[in-house]
Design a protein around this ligand. Structure first.
Ligand SMILES: CC(C)(COP(=O)(O)OP(=O)(O)OC[C@H]1O[C@@H](n2cnc3c(N)ncnc32)[C@H](O)[C@@H]1OP(=O)(O)O)[C@@H](O)C(=O)NCCC(=O)NCCS
Length: 329
């Protein structure tokens, strides 16, 4: 019997309608459009506005659209893995909240936290449940309401992030398409570069932590940048070497969208021209766990069955890695 791979059989995304432009940021902090575009490639990002709306509220339309595209109902889903750094609440898991909101009554699920690499970790983990034959329909969601943890008085972080959610469905494939290989890594020595200081068991929420603005993202931008440029490219190069791939064999590089300069460095290292790199950072910014599925959603119409894709990411923790997959439809 031929090997079972986990193939992506549907993709969908959701971004909220409110557009936060660089011009609007100029009115909040001392920055300017030219600096932001030249240093990051970002022109605008989406923000989820409105009382009582959380990460799961972006996942609902993303997943409902996905189910509609695939022509299946929510109760056919076996498992939901929700990659997020901004869960609706610390517990219960946002995967459970999503399952309830969409009526996925037969699914179990859990959240996966690996900062900006979460979607890759979730895709790789979910694939194993398909490859073993345990499940037939695994939903991988990557979504973040970054605006809930961004300090809009800190110009070094508020220009970078946006809100959004993307989702893919994994199903068994015996034609050789689907997830072929993954290189996933982490190094906890990097845990103080991008991080949220308070709100966990180390520094529970208190009036003092709120006053010190410790519930927002803090980061050492240059440290993260240096780390990302080296390691995202290294993991992509490693997966290419392991699978005897050259730049010519790869149809698309699907990189985490954190900084256009980091994406360019990765593509150069892989020997891939810009025409084969998915880049939508200019309109969404860094949506953390949503960047990669939002790219797949934006480029879905250009993808062909059998196309070789390399997905690459890095994130807080540090976490990083690459996945090699063959598009299945
Ligand atoms: C954050 C980042 C864009 C900053 O770019 P950089 O080229 O490293 O810029 P620096 O931090 O060296 O700052 C250069 C100058 O610009 C200033 N600056 C910082 N943010 C600014 C802003 N929004 N507007 C204008 N000037 C700004 C700095 O204060 C500094 O001024 P100085 O030279 O007078 O001290 C870049 O480091 C980066 O993208 N890092 C990775 C972050 C990331 O991806 N995080 C998510 C993890 S997945």
């Amino acid at each position: 019997m031929s090997k079972i791979h986990a193939a992506i059989t549907a993709v969908n995304g959701y971004v909220p309608p409110y557009i936060l432009t660089n011009q609007e940021l100029e009115s909040l902090v001392e920055t300017n459009d030219e600096w932001i575009v030249s240093r990051t490639g970002i022109k605008e990002r989406r923000i989820l506005k409105g009382e009582g709306l959380a990460t799961s509220d972006m996942a609902v339309p993303a997943v409902q659209g996905l189910l509609e595209k695939r022509g299946i109902s929510a109760d056919e889903i076996d498992l939901i893995i929700f990659a997020t750094a901004t869960p609706d609440m610390v517990f219960p898991a946002t995967a459970n909240i999503l399952a309830d909101k969409i009526g996925a009554t037969n699914a179990w699920g859990y959240d996966l936290q690996a900062a900006c690499s979460g979607f890759l970790y979730a895709l790789s983990t979910g694939s194993k449940f398909i490859e073993t034959g345990a499940y037939k329909k695994v939903l991988i969601v990557g979504g973040d309401k970054m605006s809930s943890i961004v300090d809009y008085t800190d110009r070094t972080t508020c220009i970078l992030f946006g809100d959004g959610c993307g989702a893919v469905l994994l199903e068994p494939d015996t034609e050789g398409n689907g997830v072929i290989d993954s290189v996933l890594k982490s190094n906890g020595a990097g845990r103080h570069y991008p991080y949220q200081k308070a709100g966990g068991s180390l520094n529970p929420a208190s009036a003092l932590t709120v006053e010190a603005r410790e519930h927002f993202i803090h980061q050492e931008g240059q440290q993260v940048f240096k780390f990302a440029v080296t390691n995202m490219a290294d993991s992509a190069a490693e997966i290419m070497e392991r699978n005897q791939l050259t730049g010519d064999d790869i149809a698309w590089l699907v990189p985490h969208q954190a900084n256009k300069r980091i994406i360019d460095a990765t593509a150069n290292r892989m020997g891939i021209g810009e025409e084969k790199v998915m880049i939508n950072i200019q309109k969404y910014g860094n949506t953390t766990n949503a960047t990669i599925p939002l790219c797949l959603w934006d480029w879905e119409k250009d993808l062909k069955k059998g196309d070789a894709l390399v997905l690459a990411a890095f994130g807080g923790g540090f976490t990083w890695g690459s996945i090699y997959l063959k598009w299945a439809y």
